[in-house]
Ligand binder design. Structure first.
Ligand code: N01
Length: 538
């Protein structure tokens, strides 16, 4: 006897992922009266902030900016405790939002999506989970995050290691104690740089394996005073508006001069004034910081001077000084005591550019030069960014065409929101949008609002299908590349370029035109009746 087929649940909208984007999408779709379900692979809501719970995990955008702006009441009622929020505090906030807006019952947890196939004849999607449950939906929104699919180093032997292994993006829920242990950390991106100082406080011995030295600035985190918080809350509307129209989604004064036209003393004073203030101040001090190599080098050298000033051992300091990519072209980091950690006698740095990793052994980590015996290995080796989580799902559009096939040479999108040939499929902060080059909250809200407004517009016209045209998609993809090529970003081997994943096409995947310009463009499209989008009824 064959098992009865799983009944198909018919919904108006299906959202994949219950992080900050998926939850807000659920709220907006419900506001339109759409029967919506969110499928979430994790055992709880929170997305990035559910998974990334390594020691020291906190946001590098200020709490009062890294928060929803859609509800003035929510904004006023919620109190943050620190300038930069910890992962647990952000997770508490997300739960508060879900409670307040009654979102929990729209989310199905521990449900990983396996495939999404478009049915041309009906203009609807069939979405199948790994457990075999099926959904039939008109709208399909991938709120799968830009940094959700983690990766390990491409070296043999991980399964052979006899000690404990951790990945920063899949940290255990219970506390991990490194007291008395010999620990290896592989990777010095934002996650490694945040975790290393705290692991070093506990470990008997810590060896950091660095492939690329990164630029990091002190976070200067501090408790948020009641007064500072009240002041921001009073001016929240103006502040949010400034964020929405800014370049990176964080309001900073606009640069007016080239770094090369001011004298070195003045330039140094400028860098000193923004050092440790926020993530973007060093990049936005001058008009040409991110487009002119000589201008950029002035910022890079300023950071190197800081590193030399903190790290006692000159050789270690030089190894920590980034030299192989322009400042800002790999995501800069904010840290709390990262460089000073290397002054501890128990902390050692291994330069993988000189002695590459070759394998993980039963006892530890082997490079081309030596084997390092350790009890624990922490992989802070990052993600298959931007496209990894979409590639993990078998997505097929018109005529059964796989998204993987369409994106074989790199992602092509219209606005980072839609793909021609994949009607009613939307991505929140997809490749080709400002996403990872911005305060994600600003981009997430803008994208979700745009999607909800577009769907509402279609329904008002009596249409059910919205699809970007090939011409609009090509035009936007070319524009993203041209703007990227104008900058120094493509020079770096970064996850923005897909360079951290062997075999991934080398394409600059984010839009660096700025969130303000991007928003204005989207608003103009809506005002003009959505040129570049085809509307139809089924
Ligand atoms: O990952 P990463 P992440 N052998 O890719 C190294 C956001 N985030 O998890 O640079 C040896 O940046 C790799 O070396 P290289 C933020 O947007 C935000 O740290 O490829 N090393 C690199 O050093 C961030 O940018 C926050 O040469 C290998 C490291 O591992 C993004 O997430 C906190 C290797 C990976 O760094 C990703 O950050 C955390 C190999 N085979 C994350 N493979 C905040 O808000 C990789 N590496 C503060």
């Amino acid at each position: 006897m064959t098992a009865p087929a799983t009944p198909v649940r018919r919904v108006d909208a299906l959202v994949v992922g219950a992080g900050l984007s998926g939850l807000y999408m659920l709220h907006r779709f419900r506001g339109l009266g759409l029967d919506t379900v969110v499928l979430e692979a994790g055992s709880d809501i929170g997305g990035t902030w559910f998974w990334n719970r390594y020691p020291g995990a906190r946001c590098d955008v200020e709490s009062m900016e890294y928060s929803y702006s859609f509800s003035p009441e929510l904004e006023q009622d919620w109190d943050w405790t620190e300038k930069y929020p910890t992962q647990p505090e952000i997770l508490r906030y997300i739960h508060h939002v879900a409670d307040r807006f009654g979102l929990h019952d729209g989310v199905r947890l521990e449900t990983r999506v396996a495939s999404a196939h478009y049915r041309d004849a009906e203009g609807r999607w069939t979405v199948t989970t790994e457990a075999g449950d099926r959904y039939d939906t008109e709208q399909l929104v991938m709120a799968t995050g830009c940094l959700s699919t983690s990766k390990l180093p491409e070296i043999p032997g991980v399964e052979r290691f006899a000690g404990r292994t951790f990945h920063t993006a899949h940290w255990p829920h219970e506390e991990v104690d490194f007291t008395g242990r010999r620990v290896a950390v592989i990777g010095t991106g934002s996650s490694g740089i945040q975790a290393i100082p705290l692991i070093a406080e506990q470990a008997a011995d810590l060896t950091v394996f660095q492939r690329t030295a990164n630029f990091s600035m002190p976070a200067n985190n501090a408790p948020l005073s009641e007064q500072a918080q009240a002041e921001r809350k009073r001016g929240y509307r103006e502040h949010r508006e400034a964020a929405r129209t800014s370049g990176f989604g964080i309001p900073v004064p606009e640069a007016t001069r080239s770094a090369l036209e001011v004298d070195p003393t003045e330039r140094h004073a400028q860098y000193e004034s923004v050092w440790g203030r926020n993530l973007v101040g060093m990049l936005t001090s001058y008009t040409d910081s991110i487009v002119d190599p000589a201008a950029n080098e002035t910022a890079a050298e300023f950071v190197r001077e800081k590193i030399r000033g903190i790290v006692d051992d000159p050789e270690t300091a030089e190894t920590l000084c980034p030299r192989d990519h322009p400042f800002g072209t790999k995501r800069p980091c904010l840290d709390s005591g990262y460089y000073a950690t290397f002054n501890r006698e128990t902390v050692h740095l291994v330069d993988l550019k000189k002695t590459p990793l070759t394998e993980i052994t039963e006892h530890g980590v082997r490079t081309s030069e030596a084997e390092y015996a350790v009890d624990d290995i922490v992989f802070a080796t990052g993600f298959d960014a931007m496209t990894g989580s979409l590639a993990a799902i078998d997505i097929r559009g018109r005529a059964g065409r796989p998204l993987a096939d369409k994106w074989a040479d790199g992602p092509v999108t219209h606005l980072g929101l839609q793909v021609a040939g994949f009607p009613n499929l939307y991505m929140i902060t997809g490749p080709g949008s400002p996403s990872v080059l911005s305060n994600m909250m600003v981009s997430i809200e803008q994208h979700v609002d745009f999607v909800a407004d577009t769907v509402a517009h279609a329904h008002t016209r009596g249409d059910t299908v919205v699809e970007s045209t090939e011409e609009a998609e090509q035009g936007w993809t070319d524009h993203v590349r041209e703007v990227g090529d104008y900058t120094l970003y493509p020079q770096a081997d970064s996850w923005y370029m897909g360079s951290n994943v062997p075999g991934k096409p080398r394409v600059f995947m984010a839009y660096i035109g700025g969130v303000g310009a991007y928003r204005a463009h989207c608003e103009q499209l809506a005002a003009d009746g959505y040129p570049g989008f085809a509307f139809s009824a089924r």
